[in-house]
Design a protein. Structure first.
Length: 146
């Protein structure tokens, strides 16, 4: 039989481990985005096509992004995370994501956000944009929202 102090120490340690795991799970925030064509003029209508979706998880300051897309007229050439002044307004790219070089595929990436970028994410000011051979200035975009 184990001494009572040893058993008490095990119970305390197990409680602390459970509490830390529970707290870590609670600090994760989930975001989603629907990828749709970027704003275009009439001349780009046939080249800017497709759809997709993004799931993102913020754990502390680490943002992990995964997603899929399909229906592009030309192969994807780049995917980037952007920060804007407001939802729906174009902004500056600040991080490259991994994207399938095809008309359909996947997007993935992770990065450590600055405190300012975390606030922008929570306020709906971050978005993912995919560029393609047929639409080099942007094909699909999606705003990361809760």
């Amino acid at each position: 039989m184990l001494p009572k102090r040893f058993v008490a120490a095990i119970v305390v340690i197990a409680g602390l481990v459970f509490l830390s795991l529970s707290t870590a799970a609670q600090t994760e925030e989930k975001f989603r985005a629907r990828l749709s064509p970027v704003p275009i003029d009439a001349t780009m209508r046939t080249n800017v096509t497709g759809k997709g979706s993004i799931a993102a998880v913020l754990a502390g300051r680490k943002l992990s992004i995964t997603g899929t897309f399909e229906g592009l007229q030309g192969a994807a050439t780049a995917a980037r995370l952007h920060q804007a002044l407001a939802t729906g307004v174009r902004g500056s790219a600040f991080h490259d994501l991994t994207v399938s070089r095809a008309t359909a595929g996947t997007i993935a990436g992770s990065l450590e956000l600055t405190p300012e970028q975390v606030e922008s994410l929570k306020k709906g000011k971050l978005y993912v944009q995919i560029h393609s051979e047929k639409a080099p200035d942007g094909n699909l975009w999606g705003w990361l929202l809760r």
